[in-house]
Write a protein that binds this ligand. Sequence first.
Ligand code: ADP
Length: 184
Amino acid sequence: MILIFLGPPGSGKGTQAKVLAEKFGVPHISLGDILRDEVKRATEIGKRAKDFMAAGRLVPDELTIELADKRISQADCRPGFIFDGFPRSAAQADALDGMFKQKNLTIDRVIYFNVSEEETVKRLLMRAGIEGRADDNAASIRTRFEVYEKTTRPLIEHYAKMGKLLEIDAARSIEAIGRDLAKI
Ligand code: ADP
């Protein structure tokens, strides 16, 4: 089972990916988590990624593509995986198509978490108070939305054309969305 979760920041992708990955017994691969770990360990990639992340901009494609490729090549990904926050640009989507072809993998579904900016900003500001993430401040949130609209949103069309897209109404409660996803 290979799933890709696509949607704006704060749409609840990460929360649902975690639950579903556990249910299917496959890894939940959050590029944001992988990058935050690189930053914490002050690796070369982490040092290069840090300022982009704090500003709410995309980390350069070559870094995320390399990290994603490495991660899905690990043995625990053989039964499948859920990608959360990858791909986020046309270059990443193309690289992913290439990787999958080479590894003989196919995407089962791309789940698009559809929710308004107004609702997600509310959630992100609330999370800022709880988790204290460096990029959950008003300026960075605004940039993340701009990046999403301009660079990530076009992927919806890309996957719709491939016949892979499944849209869910992500403005509802965690439980209601979880019930829909459990039917996959
Ligand atoms: P959110 O979806 O709320 O923005 P994430 O944890 O998914 O949170 O991502 C946090 C940050 O990590 C992004 O703003 C970006 O800087 C970086 N990032 C995550 N995934 C990618 C990606 N696929 N390509 C480039 N940068 C990424």
